[in-house]
Design a protein around this ligand. Structure first.
Ligand code: ADP
Ligand code: MG
Length: 269
């Protein structure tokens, strides 16, 4: 059986009309054993926008997000059904090369998790594994991604220091730089600032706002002010269902569903 290669689709010139959507799910369900954790989510993610996924703890935000680049493949007894469409391909198909797909749909986790390696090696690790050997290309990649992650000025004089020696906020921006070094289309972030102090949080938020010129961003956050500050669209998850999806300002000012209203006004969660 022939494997689909996302690399083939990657070089296709972008037709803005065709690619207005960066990603779309259709009737996406996620099961852990017999437990259905996501009950058929059909969401559309617009290109070069930030979409926030909000909702109480346990409502399925992380489960949904992880399915978008098949991180649930790694979770014991997890099963995903339905479609996840990326450039016309269903990434949930058995034929997809998962490692190749993750170059296009990257992820940043809740806790900063730099490798116990230098800053330089953190960023070049994956590109090298994918065969990039040219020192000049790698140097440029390090500089560009650190600049985009708003970390370059702080670390440029010592790229050989360990990523673990950085502050929490810097580590998280290093993880963002590491993710964007692969030039993904889409960046998935699961509560990327929840382990950070307010100053680092605001630096990460500024970084994400600057990145959306080049990337489509989907971010889980339990921080509603954060969703309101940075996102264009918001989806409210309630008990495994994405019950409301709209422009962020509408979700926060005129939600259509009572449960959303209760949540954003602080009545539960
Ligand atoms: N690895 C797992 N195994 C079994 N159940 C899980 C696992 N991860 C999450 N769940 C369950 O799925 C539901 C959604 O969890 P989660 O996606 O982590 O929610 P959120 O990110 O919104 O807090 C919860 O009922 C949770 O207990
Ligand atoms: Mg979560």
């Amino acid at each position: 059986m022939q494997n689909y290669s996302l690399a083939d689709t990657y070089i296709k010139p972008l037709d803005p009309a065709e690619h207005e959507l960066a990603l779309e799910t259709k009737n996406l369900k996620v099961f852990y054993g017999d437990h259905e954790a996501i009950h058929g989510a059909s969401l559309q993610f617009e290109r070069y926008k930030i979409t926030a996924l909000i909702g109480a703890s346990g409502s399925g935000k992380s489960t949904f997000l992880r399915s978008l680049n098949r991180m649930n493949d790694l979770v014991d007894k997890a099963r995903v059904t339905g479609e996840i469409l990326y450039r016309g391909l269903d990434i949930n198909s058995d034929k997809i090369d998962v490692y190749e797909m993750r170059r296009h749909i990257g992820m940043v986790f809740q806790r900063p998790n730099p490798f116990a390696k230098s800053i330089y090696d953190n960023i070049t690790f994956a590109p090298r594994r994918f065969g990039e050997k040219n020192k000049k290309v790698l140097d440029e990649m390090v500089e560009t991604s650190l600049k985009q992650a708003a970390l370059w000025d702080q670390v440029k004089d010592d790229l050989n220091q360990s990523g673990l020696a950085l502050s929490g906020g810097q580590q998280q921006r290093l993880c963002i730089a590491r993710a964007i070094a692969m030039k993904p289309d889409i960046l998935l972030l699961d509560e990327p600032a929840s382990a950070l102090d307010p100053i680092s949080t605001s630096q990460v938020e500024d970084t994400l706002l600057a990145l959306k010129d080049h990337y489509t961003i989907i971010i889980v956050t339990h921080n509603m002010q954060q969703a309101a500050r940075i996102s264009d669209y918001t989806s409210f998850f309630y008990s495994g269902t994405a019950i409301e999806f709209d422009e962020t300002r509408k979700i926060f000012t005129r939600p259509q569903i009572q449960a959303t209203e209760d949540y954003v006004s602080g009545h539960f969660g």
